[in-house]
Design a protein around this ligand. Structure first.
Ligand code: S0N
Length: 265
């Protein structure tokens, strides 16, 4: 596949996948999601690869979720892909990160917001730069991920914190994320990729079959969330066409205060 939105590099057992859309803070469009799935499948297929690193290009962002500028009332332009209703193959992307039988490490180099936050949550491990910021934003911009984004997040940080994250849409520092168990380690920004390489090296020394079975065991305990995710994405496809959702999208694009009060009838 010709890659336009993603950089893909394989070296010494490590596959590094970088979302490369820094102008939009590494937000993803349909093509980006398709390329991410392709890269993950290539890493899955390649027996010399033992660990995958997911990160974002530049210093500002890991990923800020769906590209709001590519979102229409019909969802996203899927360019013929299996959009699953919203035009983005997010369900397949989530399932691929979970099912690839190798650890996936999120190297969070900046903002991990919205659907970008969900991506790091699904990854097996997260190493964060000390200037990374974490948060959900859907209810502010007329969107939500009520699958892995909510149910699996609650497994990680607990019900109260997960509800706070979604209901208030605040941003959290890397240290706050560490305190709530949302990330594994915080390092000075300039050390991020060295630290990730060290974690990869430790993983590469371990038995691949043992790691694979452990990952599947962890996954099995939350496997039911896939069904919740399908319902969530199905309902999101219907929600995106509503005036309420479009108010959220338009307010972000127009850089103005959002007004959801009129929908409280
Ligand atoms: C990251 C934020 C907080 C940075 O704010 P700051 O520093 O004030 O910079 P900005 O001027 O806002 O941004 C810099 C430039 O980057 C563009 N940009 C940033 N994020 C996006 C984006 N997601 N889409 C398109 N453009 C983006 C800005 O427009 C700006 O460019 P210029 O200067 O040219 O205007 C702030 O940017 C922010 O809050 N971004 C997040 C936006 C967002 O709404 N993300 C998606 C929200 N979705 C969800 O929360 C849940 C939904 C979900 O998980 C999901 C599930 C299935 C399918 C899709 C999604 C999905 O993520 O939508």
């Amino acid at each position: 596949m010709e890659l336009m939105d993603v950089l893909y590099d394989k070296q010494s057992g490590i596959a590094k996948i970088t979302i490369n859309r820094p102008k939009v803070y590494n937000a993803f469009r349909a093509r980006t999601v398709q390329e991410l799935i392709w890269a993950l499948r290539d890493a899955w297929d390649d027996n010399t690869i033992g660990v995958v690193v997911l990160t974002g290009a530049g210093d500002k962002a890991f990923c800020t979720g769906g590209d709001q500028k590519a979102r229409t009332s019909d969802g996203y332009d899927s360019s013929g892909g299996l959009g699953g209703g919203i035009g983005l193959e997010v369900e397949t992307l989530h399932a691929t990160i979970r099912n690839i039988p190798k650890p996936v490490i999120a190297a969070v180099n900046g903002y991990a917001i919205g659907g970008g936050h969900v991506l790091h949550v699904i990854c097996d491990l997260t190493i964060a730069s000390d200037h990374a910021k974490f948060g959900q934003i859907g209810p502010k911009v007329g969107s939500y991920d009520a699958g892995y984004g909510s149910a699996y997040l609650a497994r990680i940080v607990g019900e109260k914190k997960a509800r706070e994250i979604w209901y208030l849409c605040e941003q959290y520092t890397a240290q706050e994320a560490l305190a709530m168990g949302l990330v594994n380690k915080v390092v000075p920004h300039e050390r991020l990729y060295d630290e990730v390489d060290e974690w990869c090296e430790k993983i590469l020394q371990k038995s691949p079959t043992a790691l694979k079975m452990l990952k599947y065991s962890f996954n099995a305990d939350t496997a039911h969330i896939e069904g919740i995710s399908q319902l969530a994405m199905g309902s999101l496809a219907m929600y995106y066409g509503t005036e309420e959702a479009l108010e959220g999208r338009d307010a972000f694009a127009e850089k103005r205060e959002v007004n959801f009060r009129k929908f409280r009838t």
